[in-house]
Ligand binder design. Structure first.
Ligand code: NCD
Length: 306
């Protein structure tokens, strides 16, 4: 059974197909409005979410399907001690496809190993978030026309930010990528990603604590929230939470066609004054998330029927 647990579960060609389908859905929504008639998506969210869960749900509804699920662990039998494996076996009796978010790294993989329907990883702890990455790739593709020869700056919590981990991994497959890692010392990209993704693929990268000094180089600036829920103590969070605040004046020396992205939710790291800058792409990103998830649901359900 085909699932999406890690972005590398899909080949570059498959990612391109998903982007093409999403673009076709944007242009011809009526063509898709009954594609998932009588199909059910189960959203199993053991961690908070606004965009990911609701974009999955609206994606399925716009495909003519329906949605069941829960939005917090304490609303489910997990609160009684049920295992992820048993939950996955149970939901396989009710639904056709699962989107699961869980605070434990690897939980969606365990679900996929036990379910008889496709499982989509909607974020597992500080590990991966492949559907945010598909969203990001669609955004980059629409804004920049492709993925080659881009200098991409990742700023903020690169240690716990799962969206950063998955996006770096996805972009590592395209030529001419340059990565700029901007974070406080304590929130640097984990060394396993530097080794297994950046060094292994010969991708040039540099690390800095200073956003403004690298701003002129960037084609894309991917801002992230400091992930409070992953910290071991509140003092560290309070000390680091406002390390970077993007304000209009900091964009003075940025490229005219810079694309500013953020998976959202934002806390303080992008001033609302930046929202009116034509380079701010983060709310377009939200919209694209729905379309790429429509394409993803279609693909996995088609494969499940083979
Ligand atoms: C991200 C996540 O959950 O990892 N949000 C999202 O899915 N759009 C980023 C975050 O929570 O900071």
């Amino acid at each position: 059974m085909r699932s999406l647990i890690d972005i590398l579960d899909f080949t570059v060609e498959e990612v391109n197909e998903l982007i093409a389908t999403a673009n076709d859905i944007i242009d011809n929504p009526d063509k898709y409005c009954e594609k998932c008639k009588r199909k059910k998506l189960a959203t199993l969210f053991f961690e908070p979410s606004t965009r990911t869960r609701l974009s999955f749900e609206s994606a399925m509804i716009e495909l003519g399907g329906s949605v069941i699920g829960f939005s917090a662990a304490n609303n489910s039998s997990a609160a009684k001690g049920e295992s992820v494996a048993d939950t996955a076996k149970t939901i396989s009796c009710y639904a056709d496809i699962i989107a699961m978010r869980h605070p434990k790294e690897g939980a969606p993989l365990v679900a996929a190993q036990n379910a008889t329907i496709p499982v989509i990883n909607a974020g597992d702890g500080g590990h991966n978030h492949p559907t945010q990455t598909l969203t990001d790739l669609l955004t980059i593709h629409r804004e920049k026309g492709g993925f080659e020869n881009l200098t991409v700056g990742f700023c903020g919590d690169l240690k716990f930010g799962r969206t950063v981990h998955s996006l770096i991994t996805a972009l590592s497959r395209y030529s001419g990528l340059n990565v700029v890692l901007i974070s406080p010392e304590e929130l640097k990209l984990p060394s396993y990603i530097k080794k297994d993704v950046l060094k292994k693929n010969g991708i040039p990268y540099k690390q800095t604590t200073d956003l403004e000094s690298v701003m002129p180089e960037l084609d894309i600036l991917y801002m992230t929230r400091v992930q409070r829920e992953r910290f071991f103590n509140e003092e560290d969070y309070l000390r680091l939470k406002d390390s970077y605040i993007l304000e209009p004046k900091k964009l003075n020396n940025a490229k005219k066609d810079l694309c500013i992205m953020h998976p959202l939710p934002r806390v303080n790291e992008i001033s609302v004054a930046v929202d009116d800058d034509p380079r701010a792409c983060y709310f377009k990103q939200v919209l694209y998330g729905k379309y790429i998830r429509m394409a993803l649901i279609l693909k996995l359900l088609e494969e499940a029927e083979k």
